[in-house]
Design a protein around this ligand. Structure first.
Ligand SMILES: Cc1ncc(C[n+]2csc(CCOP(=O)(O)OP(=O)(O)O)c2C)c(N)n1
Ligand SMILES: [Mg+2]
Length: 537
């Protein structure tokens, strides 16, 4: 018989989903039975729902398509919460397909197996939608709807909850679904005002972020910046939207020194494909003059920066509209001269930092072994923070981080998903000893499913950044030093190759070796990076 579970899997297949990540359970076993019969969808069997969802997140970000996590009622669903929060903050299109107790028992508090009353409320603040199926006839349409909502406009996670009995019930044939066309819209008000503001500016500046990556705005942003002779700064996720060796690319928007000064000298700012969240922009002291904010909706407009003009609607179409109307400004020559001078200043500033700090040499080792289109996946660890400032990204989405929620334990699992979505692209993950131990169990998943890439575990035997904060605030550390297992033995126990390195040269060699092997590889970098770059640079 054709059941609700078959219907879900059929819709996933139709939508082009070719991998799902999850853990089976009594409530979703009918879904697993449907997956068993579906040769076009690969199931990645995970060892925790949080890491499963991080994998799906990495897969979604790198593949620019929906990532699907399969979990089960109660604990299985609950374990996915922080990972969905990360996807939410990072605008990553995920669908969590989960279950609930049988429909007649929902909300009754009967003490049913796995029952979590108001399970849907877990996700209300960290998803675009929670779709709770309550009739078999809705399964097809709501599964389509979940994928559509996750991917349309500003992408983000969606929770699709189906009571376990409805997965087992027979459904009659195909119901209609189909993806909505979310692209067509009327004229965007404000386009002409934006053009004249930019045209008349003495010196415009462009800011890009996560949404510019998701909407693949790179080529159009670069063209617009070139027409305007406007420098481009980026939030961490936006690094590489314009390749960072382009003469208009000025790296992370929150750098002090030249970048900050530049932002304060510019008189008009075009923010496109960035929410300008506090954590990405304002928190580190970025100040913006007259601001034009191009975004999918009004949610973020004026939240952290006073906004002179908001252009709201499909961001790629608005950007095209600006490009169509924009002419080379008469001031372009002068602007280019100034931008080039600022570029030289930034290069001198960086050279000076490189001379006085140890950290950039490790970042360089990673950069040197990865091709331009390679992907670096960073966790919230000291060397990761340094990469946010000093890793030049040459490709949109070339630097993937857990900046949506600033969780730890993301990078290793997310890199697995990245690798599956882009099997031809070299991938490196960098994670701390703290973060790695949230996810090390997935080493076995790498072996089981043949997922190979190097993971650099920066081992300072500490929740290092917390120790740094404690030293700064109280002059003393407390409960931030860690006792770790031997990482070589740990990797070996999982059947994964491992190397220990202590300097940039050996790191580079180990990375090259691991990338050539194509297999999973734990590279333990034994090094204490005692401070993040934020305070100083
Ligand atoms: C899930 C979660 N728990 C706790 C934190 C707080 N936190 C932020 S960084 C950090 C330390 C991370 O240690 P490690 O991964 O070893 O990186 P290091 O700072 O030592 O470089 C902690 C505990 C967090 N961000 N996310
Ligand atoms: Mg550490």
């Amino acid at each position: 018989v054709h059941t609700g579970a078959d219907e879900v899997v059929g819709v996933l297949r139709e939508a082009g989903v070719n991998a799902v990540f999850g853990i089976p359970s009594i409530h979703n076993i009918r879904l697993y039975e449907a997956l068993r019969g579906e040769p076009l969808i690969r199931h990645i069997l995970c060892r925790h729902e949080a890491t499963a969802a991080h994998m799906a997140d990495g897969y979604a970000r790198a593949g620019n398509r929906v990532g699907v996590v399969v979990a089960s009622t109660g604990p299985g669903t609950g374990y996915a919460v922080p990972a969905l929060q990360e996807a939410w903050g990072s605008c990553s299109p995920l669908v969590l397909v989960t279950t609930n107790v049988p429909l007649p028992k929902i909300g009754k508090g009967l003490g049913v197996l796995h029952e979590m009353e108001a399970q849907d409320s877990l996700f209300r603040s960290i998803t675009k939608s929670v779709l709770t199926v309550r009739a078999s006839a809705d399964i097809n349409g709501m599964t389509h709807e979940a994928i559509d909502r996750a991917c349309s406009g500003r992408p983000g996670p969606v929770c699709l909850e189906i009571p376990t009995d409805l997965l087992n019930h027979e459904v009659s044939g195909q119901q209609t679904g189909g993806l909505r066309d979310s692209g067509s819209q009327g004229p965007i008000p404000g386009l002409d005002s934006a053009v004249s503001l930019l045209q008349q500016a003495k010196q415009p500046l462009v800011v890009v972020g996560t949404d510019a990556v998701r909407a693949q705005l790179g080529p159009d942003v670069t063209r617009l910046a070139e027409i305007l002779s406007a420098p481009v700064i980026a939030t961490t996720h936006g690094k590489g939207v314009i390749p960072e060796d382009h003469y208009l690319a000025f790296g992370n928007a929150v750098r002090k020194g030249t970048v900050r000064e530049m932002a304060s000298v510019c008189d008009v700012v075009l923010a496109v494909g960035t929410r300008l969240r506090e954590v990405d922009a304002k928190r580190r002291g970025l100040r913006l003059p007259r601001l034009i904010h191009v975004d999918w909706d009004r949610r973020w407009v004026g939240k952290n920066f006073p906004t002179e003009l908001a252009l709201i609607g499909p961001v790629p179409a608005i950007l095209k509209g600006l490009l169509d109307r924009m002419e080379q400004s008469p001031a372009a020559g002068e602007r280019i001269q100034w931008v080039k001078e600022m570029g030289e200043r930034l290069a001198r500033e960086e050279a000076h930092i490189r001379d006085s700090r140890a950290e950039p040499a490790y970042i360089d080792a990673v950069r040197e072994v990865l091709p331009r289109e390679g992907i670096l996946v960073i966790d919230n660890t000291q060397l990761g923070y340094w990469a946010e400032y000093f890793y030049p990204s040459y490709a949109s989405g070339g630097l993937v981080g857990a900046k949506g929620s600033s969780t730890i334990g993301f990078a290793f699992a997310a890199a697995m998903g990245v690798r599956l979505a882009q099997p031809e692209t070299p991938v490196i993950a960098v994670i701390g000893d703290g973060g790695f131990m949230y996810s090390a169990q997935e080493l076995v998943t790498c072996i089981r499913h043949g997922i190979g890439f190097p993971v650099v575990v920066v081992n300072d035997n500490a929740y290092g950044v917390i120790a740094y904060l404690q030293r700064n605030a109280y002059g003393k550390e407390f409960e931030s030093r860690l006792l770790n297992p031997d990482l070589m033995t740990l990797a070996e126990a999982f059947g994964v190759e491992a190397t220990r390195v202590e300097n940039p040269k050996d790191l580079k060699q180990a990375l090259n070796h691991a990338l050539e092997s194509g297999g999973p590889w734990v590279i333990e970098l034994r090094r204490d990076f005692p401070e993040p770059p934020f305070g100083r640079y």
